[in-house]
Ligand binder design. Structure first.
Ligand code: GLU
Length: 499
């Protein structure tokens, strides 16, 4: 048997360090066994998937040195490797399950589903809907079918009992069927859900080991059942521990930068970031902290993964990166690497059009645009003093902007301006005054290019990190203020319109 592993990201946002972490362990496992590593794009959520996100994922994984043997850009014998291009086959597989009695067409409306869940909740049952809840009288099904009502295809699941899953790290896991709903396999628009597409593709792509994050454990019973229904062998499952913030909560962009693009922009070496990800739950036999990708592969053993939630700590990463910079680069190599990082044409050409008209000599550039090459800025509370705003207003502008931008998914200048302008209106502040604290937080001065341009170029995670940094300096809301501010913010947010 040839070992075949895969990473299967959904292209719905910035490339996540968690994706790189899972890719690394899949690649290490495949290389250790002389097998193959596949990259598959799971873009069945058509409303959230974008081509830019897919490109950024491919670029970032490649930047880290995580090369794949088969994938959407390099092809391979089991393509296409993008699920949106495999749509028709999922439909056929879903219908096969319907014909064989393992799945059914469900005409229930959203309101009915809510009522059914409420009824279960009230009778003290788990809200997972079963076929006995969902079934409609035959005549009603006929009537809805005749009226052309929308339907989904759902899989049948046992009403009770225990599902036993074998996990390479956790051994036997028992999950209660009572908590598993009749999962939708095909949505009313004909697109498959993750569960159907994932199982069909893992089978057709001959994946032997599924190494993925532990957040997917609860999906395992559904997947196991689908393999049984289709009569296919199930790959071995291995659920990796989730990356965590230093406070042990699940790594999230609200507390920590999670985008690989942020770590690139911060100036970490790909070798060091990969090394650090290799330390997440895993260690070298001799416990050495610094190791190359090849050294990791040569010593890899998945059984050495420990399940205690690994902490992704930027300070530790910086320490490790420092070792790489000092020990692995000559002065010439350092100079070249720095030049490629800071002065590469791609990055410069985002900045130059903004500054060219504002300078008289090259020596004006660094004071105007140096913040594009920095991490967290060296700021003092006094830097935020401004005649147009009092201290509380400054803190509020930073906090409200930070809350707003935490969830912004369309990261471009126009959208940022549109949203922040409305926030300023909602706070009854002149946009000019509102922007002052943002200028300081993002650029350290307002004597520079437009702050919207700066945020667009620095990207979501660097922007969010600088806003959080600024808030730490001026002081975020106290507990009492926090509640009041949150309420005020939610009222303003509910009135925001997206253009
Ligand atoms: N598309 C899923 C994700 O975004 C893949 C999960 C899996 O590996 O099965 O993580």
């Amino acid at each position: 048997m040839t070992v075949r592993t895969r990473v299967a990201p959904s292209p719905t946002g910035d490339p996540h360090v968690g994706t790189a972490y899972i890719a690394l362990f899949n690649l290490a496992f495949a290389r250790q066994h002389g097998g193959q590593f596949i990259l598959r794009i799971e873009d069945t959520d058509q409303t959230r998937s974008t081509a830019e996100s897919e490109q950024a994922i491919l670029d970032s994984l490649r930047w880290l040195g995580l090369e794949w043997d088969e994938g959407p850009d390099v092809g391979g014998p089991h393509g296409p490797y993008r699920q949106s291009e495999r749509k028709d086959s999922y439909h056929d597989y879903a219908m096969r399950l319907v014909e064989e009695g393992h799945a059914f067409l469900c005409y229930r409306t959203a309101d009915e589903l809510d009522q059914l869940r409420d009824a279960r909740r009230e009778s003290g049952q788990h809200t997972a809907l079963k076929q006995s809840d969902l079934a409609l009288p035959e005549a009603e099904v006929e009537a809805r079918r005749a009226a052309g009502a929308p339907y989904v295809v759902r899989m049948k699941v046992p009403e009770e009992g225990v599902c036993v899953i074998d996990d390479m790290l956790r051994g036997t896991i028992e999950l209660d069927w009572g908590q598993v709903d009749c999962q939708i396999l095909l949505k009313s628009d004909g697109m498959p859900t993750y569960h159907l597409a994932n199982v069909v593709d893992d089978h057709l792509m001959q994946i032997t080991h599924v190494i993925r994050g532990e957040e997917w454990i609860n999906s395992a019973p559904k997947h196991k059942l689908l393999y049984q229904y289709f009569g296919w062998d199930m790959p071995q499952l291995c659920h990796m521990p989730l990356l965590r913030n230093p406070d042990k909560s699940k790594l999230s962009k609200r507390k920590n930068p999670t985008s690989i693009l942020y770590y690139q922009r911060m100036g970490y070496l790909p070798e060091a970031l990969l090394n650090y990800l290799g330390r997440m739950g895993w260690s070298m036999p001799d416990e050495s902290e610094k190791f190359s990708r090849q050294q990791m592969f040569d010593n890899f053993d998945i059984q050495r993964v420990s399940l205690g939630g690994p902490i992704f700590d930027q300070e530790k990463l910086s320490w490790l990166n420092g070792l790489w910079l000092r020990e692995d680069l000559s002065a010439e190599q350092f100079a070249l690497a720095y030049q490629q990082w800071a002065l590469n044409p791609e990055y410069l050409m985002q900045i130059v059009p903004l500054i060219q008209q504002r300078v008289e000599k090259f020596s004006d550039v660094a004071p105007l645009a140096g913040f594009f090459l920095s991490g967290m800025l060296n700021l003092q509370a006094a830097d935020f003093d401004y005649k147009g705003l009092d201290e509380e207003q400054v803190r509020k502008v930073l906090q409200f902007s930070s809350w707003l931008l935490d969830t912004e998914t369309q990261w471009n200048k126009d959208q940022l301006f549109n949203q922040l302008k409305q926030l300023a209106n909602g706070m009854e502040l002149k946009i000019r005054d509102f922007l002052y604290p943002l200028f300081i937080a993002i650029a350290g001065t307002n004597q520079t290019v437009s702050v919207m341009d700066s945020m667009a170029i620095l990207g979501p995670d660097m922007t969010r990190a600088r806003l959080r940094h600024a808030l730490n300096i001026v002081g975020g809301p106290s507990k009492k203020e926090g509640k009041r501010w949150e309420k005020e913010f939610q009222t303003i947010r509910s009135q925001l319109v997206t253009e």
